[in-house]
Design a protein around this ligand. Sequence first.
Ligand SMILES: Cc1cc2nc3c(=O)[nH]c(=O)nc-3n(C[C@H](O)[C@H](O)[C@H](O)COP(=O)(O)OP(=O)(O)OC[C@H]3O[C@@H](n4cnc5c(N)ncnc54)[C@H](O)[C@@H]3O)c2cc1C
Length: 497
Amino acid sequence: MADFDLAIIGGGINGAGIARDAAGRGFRVVLIEQNDLASGTSSASSKLIHGGLRYLEHGEFRLVRSALREREVLLRAAPHLIQPLRFVLPINEARRSSMVIRLGLMVYDWIGWRKILPGTRELDLVTDEAGQSLKSRFHHAFEYSDCFADDARLVVLNAVDAAERGAVIRTRTRCVRAERSAEWRLVLNARGHRDVVTARVLVNAAGAWSEVFAETALRIIPQRRLILDKGSHIVVRRLFDHDRAYILQAADQRVVFAIPFERDYTLIGTTDKPFAGDPSVVLPSGEEIDYLCGVVNEYFRTEIGAADVVWAYAGVRSLYDDGAHKAQDIGRDYALILDERFGEAPMLTVYGGKITTHRRLAEDALMQLAHFFTRSRPWTASRPLPGGDFVYDGVDTLVERTQRNWRFLTAEHARRLVRAYGTRVDQVLGEAHSIEDLGTRFGADLTAAEVRYLMAKEWAVTADDVLWRRSKLGLRFTKTEAEALDRFMTGAAPARP
Ligand SMILES: Cc1cc2nc3c(=O)[nH]c(=O)nc-3n(C[C@H](O)[C@H](O)[C@H](O)COP(=O)(O)OP(=O)(O)OC[C@H]3O[C@@H](n4cnc5c(N)ncnc54)[C@H](O)[C@@H]3O)c2cc1C
């Protein structure tokens, strides 16, 4: 008998989502990720749980509708990681007619299946606070709803849930060879240590790497063409003092988001550039940074330049080639291609997808595999992710409860922990009676207790895992503090087998 029913390559949102769903259905699952969870595209997104207003322009009604419907499903499943966000869209008649936008937003509201999120309204920017940070020539705006998420933690919590339902999660383990017979024989390389696992079904959820995986590990020429497209973001000091985001229409018909980020910052993105090469080595170019600053400077009173950028990141979208020419016109929907041959183990390849649609994608993936796995039913639509077992608008109450139970926490520290761990904040803080009980403080409000929790329960191995994916504390850490954290984690790591 094969070691596993399902082996999934890729610990991004899609691989982790499929692992969670499959493990919850009682299948024996292994998830194999060559680096850290979410180290690929899934930590480099704009972090929006959205339908994608812009995709309406490209006629992607099906994608927009199903993505819009996922917003409230995910908000209820992970109210700590996902929060409603209002977007201010300043009217700029030179870019798009306000009539067209009004119509688009009516459709967005109408197909959006909203129970929690408020609908669209119009703003007078002369009197509304949102107008204060904008140049005086912008008089009117629309305001509509979407959600903002911690993309990397969403991946990690899908993996945590999968593991708690029996899945084996192997990070820093690359699948270097996949041999196909009646079952899959996978050769794995975990930092120089080789081993072999077998599985009945293989899922290639390697995202932008899926063709490289097909060529190198499966040794086949992939049939479908993957279009790779790079998108970059910059982070600057806070540009405005309220909790709404802006969606800005650029001269090239694209849109750029300016989103309140980590209390003191503004996240600005994204670009759209065709990409060729190794998706592991992708950084924002000077040209992209200038482009994003340029769009901001057209709208905001405070002007920014490359010198104001405190952090920047880039990611590679893998888009399923539906025959369109320009990257921004290629569909954002996903495709699942099942390769089954008589007498040979099946393989499912995931193309494209969004953070927003990962749960639906996982359900569809398991539906495609239904005839290999009987007695399998969708279940994820109504179950919370770890720590998400509280009401969608209960963050403030949970922060108050946390501060009552651990009186030594500042309000900001309690809020950060609740946003990251939800009700599992109890597991991070344990029996501590004072901040000293939480051990060494590495920088910002990161303590040894939290780092130990992340190492024990969330596969964190390096300082980068903690500072840039399990949290965004990297924004507040000095290089020396990060190095001290790395040394602590190396010392605290269990010895390798
Ligand atoms: C700039 C940008 C902005 C975006 N904004 C949004 C947004 O706001 N909202 C939204 O919903 N979506 C957004 N997206 C889309 C979304 O981020 C991606 O669709 C999603 O993250 C893809 O996830 P994935 O799991 O397919 O790929 P990835 O996250 O890249 O995961 C694939 C994983 O496979 C691993 N891997 C590869 N080869 C191997 C191997 N041989 N062995 C083991 N592991 C391997 C890689 O290390 C990687 O971690 C955005 C994308 C980009 C690029």
